[in-house]
Design a binder for this molecule. Structure first.
Ligand SMILES: [Cu+2]
Length: 138
């Protein structure tokens, strides 16, 4: 899947996974807090953060479902030792979706994008084969 961590970092994996799980829990809590009421567009100012990790699953969470107009933020964990990208696979996205590519995102840096065209988007990291995220915009 994702390129292995550099030698010596293996011992950190459980901590990173715990961090990934904690991030997922936070995101899930965010969903719960905005549930109820179903406007066509997300409330102004709503956002959702995905963490980027050097170790699996890479994108955390790996799948995401958001309302159109939600600001999506991808944040590279500070402990990362490599850069990542958030790149749209145009062949697996709504036909009217505009292509985007974050460029390299270094440790602790972030990238954001607001998707307004409804449908399913496949995002990937150009640096690490097997590092994908599916975003459903509803
Ligand atoms: Cu990557």
């Amino acid at each position: 899947m994702i390129a292995g961590p550099p030698a010596g970092s293996r011992a950190r994996t459980p901590a990173l996974l715990a961090a990934a799980l904690a991030a997922t829990a936070l995101v899930t809590a965010g969903v719960a807090s905005v549930a109820g009421g179903a406007p066509a567009m997300a409330a102004k100012g709503s956002s959702k953060t995905t963490m980027l990790y050097d170790v699996a699953p890479g994108f955390a969470p790996a799948t995401l479902s958001v309302k159109a107009g939600t600001k999506l933020v991808w944040k590279a964990d500070r402990s990362n030792t490599t850069e990542h990208t958030v790149t749209l696979d145009s062949s697996a996205a709504p036909r009217k979706a505009k292509f985007f590519d974050s460029g390299d995102i270094g440790p602790g840096r972030s990238y954001s994008r607001t998707l307004t065209v409804k449908g399913s988007y496949l995002l990937y990291c150009k640096i690490h084969g097997g590092m994908f995220q599916t975003v459903k915009v509803r």
